[in-house]
Design a protein around this ligand. Sequence first.
Ligand SMILES: Nc1ncnc2c1ncn2[C@@H]1O[C@H](COP(=O)(O)OP(=O)(O)OP(=O)(O)O)[C@@H](O)[C@H]1O
Ligand SMILES: [Mg+2]
Length: 339
Amino acid sequence: MIILGIETSCDETAVGIVADGTTLISNVIEKQTDIHSEYGGIIPELASRQHMKNISNAVKKSLINSKLDWSDIDMLGVTDGPGLAGSLIVGVNFANGLSSSLGIPLVGVNHLEGHVFASWIDNENINEISFPIMCLIVSGGHTDLVKMNGYNDYELLGRTRDDAAGEAFDKAARVLGLGFPGGPEIEKVAAKSNEEFLFPKAYMKGTDDFSFSGMKTALKNLADKELNNLYEDFKLDNFEFTVNKIANSFQNSMVEVLAKKTIDISIREKCKGIILSGGVAANTILRDVLKDSSPLPVFIPPKILCTDNGAMIASCTFFKIREKISKSLFLEPIPNKSW
Ligand SMILES: Nc1ncnc2c1ncn2[C@@H]1O[C@H](COP(=O)(O)OP(=O)(O)OP(=O)(O)O)[C@@H](O)[C@H]1O
Ligand SMILES: [Mg+2]
């Protein structure tokens, strides 16, 4: 079954085509980084306008890349929430139009569930995925620890009480004067340092929740203390060295908490494996630390499928249909859709 998935929940206009939920055929991602980076964050109004400009071409490009035409597409999937209302409306409306004009059934997909299903795509160890499995979704808007007991059977065990992990990376990068999105920028400069400041790690003992605001404040205080004088005195080599060292300390603290809590809770819950997904799952240190320290098998999508994409929505659609969880509907966006 060949499925075309559409994703417009935030600032990527993305269209993917996947066969049988597992084989990637095409993956078109139109980013809007240049538009939002001058503001240091996503401006919802600009995001939805840009989706309108991009969506038709993204769908066309996806079909051209796949060398398929509409008669080959069995099913459509679209993210209907959670996400920015104006952004979701563009994708959902476009998908409703395609479905009614072409007569192809359409399924609404939860964006976070989509992130989880990125692990099913082009995964040579797919047969090792068995339930229950722990899913850590770390993205720009979420840090959710979800026990997946089966298809469409999710138990939300923990979530962030303040910033999402990706949001914390983005804010940390802004304090250090780095670019947007902040996660890849922090990763890049942290790789130039092997030194660390003493940095807090918020384990939130006794709960399965996360909290990153303390680490963010620690970074701000450290930046105020260590960087201001260097800048004023034009000690620019030292300035760069210290930025890299702060970024390295922050990244290591984030990674340690995310990996250790996820592994401990997965073992306690008798899970058979761990799935890491969402934009922050593109972080090489997090990927390596989780894999190296987990006694359970760890599944992480390729980096390009960690951040928002349409292929993960197509994959999730396939399993919803195969497991008879969803049927075709005329969809409406649900900005606060939950598990
Ligand atoms: N290498 C990296 N290291 C750390 N964080 C990263 C990396 N690459 C991307 N990110 C972060 O991932 C986030 C974007 O992820 P994603 O596209 O999944 O978020 P979103 O779709 O905006 O949010 P959500 O999925 O919660 O709706 C950004 O905050 C970005 O900084
Ligand atoms: Mg996302």
